[in-house]
Structures are given as C-alpha cells and as structure tokens.
Design a protein around this ligand. Structure first.
Ligand code: ZN
Length: 190
C-alpha cells in the first residue's frame, strides 16, 4: 500500500525512532509499504518517520540512479557491488564516519522541491539488522553513504535542513516557512 508522506512541519519528523526489538508481521507490512511508497515517489531512501512512525527503520534502493550517482560497497573488507545489497532495509542502524567530508546534492520526500548541497563524510561504516532480524555490516561510499546518513538522521529526528549551511538555509527560508505552515494547517483539519 502506498502511504502518505509526512511533510516538514509534522512533529513526527522530529521524533527519535524507537528501537525495534522484534520483526513482527506489522513491521514486515510496514517495510513492504515503505518500499512501495518510496518507489511511487522515485525516492532513493525512506525513513519510518516519513510515513508517520517513529521507529529505527529505513529502506533504500540506489539502483535507479546508480549511473549518475555511483556508490561503493565493501563487505568484510572486500569490494562489492552496491546493487548486491539492494533493496536495503536497515533496522536499528549504527553509522560511523569513515571518510573525509564531501559535498553532494540532496533532496528529501518530506521537503518537495527543495534541493541543496550538503557536506557529509564520503564513506561510513554501517551496522544494523536486516528485515529478517539478522545483523548486517558493511562500509559504503558515494551516494549510498549519503543516503544512509540522510536516512539515519531521520531516525534520530534530524533533517537535512539541519545540515545546510546557514546561508543556504536562509535562501530557503520562505519556502520552508510556507511548507511548515501548510503542514500545520493540514494537521489542524484532522
Ligand atoms: Zn529525507
């Protein structure tokens, strides 16, 4: 089922996700719905907060944009194809920077029409559980590292506007205020 995407201004986007203790049928259904929602919106990643659930759960798939925006992957220290681990589910992820900061373009489904250059470590080490509850561990770079960091930020209530330089955020001030006001007005109606 395609779920509605929560937009900037909704309080759930600022909530830290609860740790997932057990992969219940409800969590499995949520994962399936998140993949469907992400694909319908041509997203590279989607966090549970973006569909209204404050949980440590995110889904990703970088294959569609792989040609324009490459990713690197290392499994147990050996180079691998990022496509091998796609589609990717990360539950309770722990992300550690492993590279120098790099700047790259980012958007967010919760911020329609807003795109910005964001600086983040070029590569990261990731430890998480997959959709079966099994531990996964890898190092990634390029777009996948950017997506992993953007999504795990969501799981901690952090948004990409928090990573923008002050000057850049100022440029989006009017759009951000308008989006926030529209979301709040929508919430009041319910
Ligand atoms: Zn986002």
């Amino acid at each position: 089922m395609i779920l509605p995407i929560v937009k900037y201004g909704h309080p759930v986007l600022r909530q830290r996700g609860a740790v997932i203790e057990k992969i219940t049928p409800e969590i499995k259904q949520l994962i399936a719905d998140m993949f469907e929602t992400m694909a319908a919106n041509h997203g590279v990643g989607l966090a549970a907060q973006q569909v209204g659930h404050a949980l440590q759960l995110t889904v990703m798939d970088v294959r569609e944009v792989a040609k324009d925006r490459p990713s690197t992957l290392e499994l147990k220290g050996k180079p691998a194809e990022a496509a091998e681990i796609m589609p990717l589910v990360l539950i309770n992820p722990v992300v550690t920077p492993a590279g120098e900061p790099a700047t790259g373009g980012e958007g967010c489904l919760s911020f329609p029409e807003i795109f910005a250059e964001i600086s983040r470590p070029e590569s990261v080490d990731v430890k998480a559980l997959n959709e079966k509850g099994k531990p996964v561990e890898f190092r990634c770079g390029g777009l996948l590292a950017r997506a992993v960091q953007h999504e795990t930020d969501h799981l901690n209530g952090i948004l990409f506007i928090d990573r923008m330089e002050r000057k850049q955020k100022e440029e989006f001030r009017d759009e951000l205020d308008a989006l926030q006001a529209a979301t709040k007005a929508e919430l009041k109606k319910k």
